[in-house]
Design a protein. Structure first.
Length: 197
């Protein structure tokens, strides 16, 4: 950690909003860390130091929005609520980092450090590291800790999370019932000539 800035170890990127704002009007990224990642201890130590600085010995014992979420437990809760589990979350520790609209994070390539400006390069499943900081807040929405996102570096492509690809082949039992009046059995000659069949 340098001057409050933490450079993380590699993580799997999920829900990246680093080129456009998320539903809350901010930039954000969900970082999936392995449970033995050294970054987690660094973040925990930074969180304890931030709590001590802000509240001394009077810090809340528990916050509404925890910094660290167990991915397996999150998926169990999702299934109980009737939702689909999130791909890649089981066995991971989830940390979300955010940046305000006024401070968009820089996104860089590895190893060149050149700026990436193509949103397709950063997707759920790619491997990244980030520069972050831990800070406290105490406002009308309550007290808490958060992780600030300063910059992101893509290290490698990874297996896409939740979709993507061509979707595979289709079943052969498609029914066109109700569309009979919309189906042309033979294309008009003029239209046929417009294509190079």
């Amino acid at each position: 950690m340098v001057n409050g800035t933490i450079e993380t170890t590699p993580f799997i990127c999920s829900f990246p909003y680093v080129f456009k704002l998320d539903q809350y009007g901010r930039y954000s990224i969900t970082m999936l860390f392995k449970k033995d990642s050294p970054t987690l201890k660094v973040l925990k130590d930074a969180a304890e130091a931030a709590k001590e600085k802000q509240w001394g010995g009077k810090a809340p014992k528990k916050f509404k929005h925890p910094l660290f979420v167990d991915g397996t437990e999150m998926n169990k809760a999702r299934v109980e609520e009737g939702k689909e589990p999130l791909q890649g979350y089981d066995g991971m520790v989830i940390v979300t980092a955010k940046a305000s609209e006024d401070y968009p994070p820089k996104v860089r390539a590895y190893p060149s450090n050149e700026v990436i400006d193509d949103p397709a390069e950063i997707y759920g499943g790619c491997i990244c590291r980030a520069k972050v900081s831990v800070y406290t807040y105490d406002n009308q929405w309550g007290k808490g800790l958060s992780v600030g996102l300063m910059s992101l570096q893509k290290l490698a492509n990874g297996k896409r999370l939740g979709g993507g690809g061509d979707g595979g082949t289709f079943k052969s039992d498609a029914s066109l019932a109700g569309f009979e009046d919309q189906i042309e059995t033979e294309a008009p000659a003029a239209e046929m000539n417009a294509y190079d069949f």
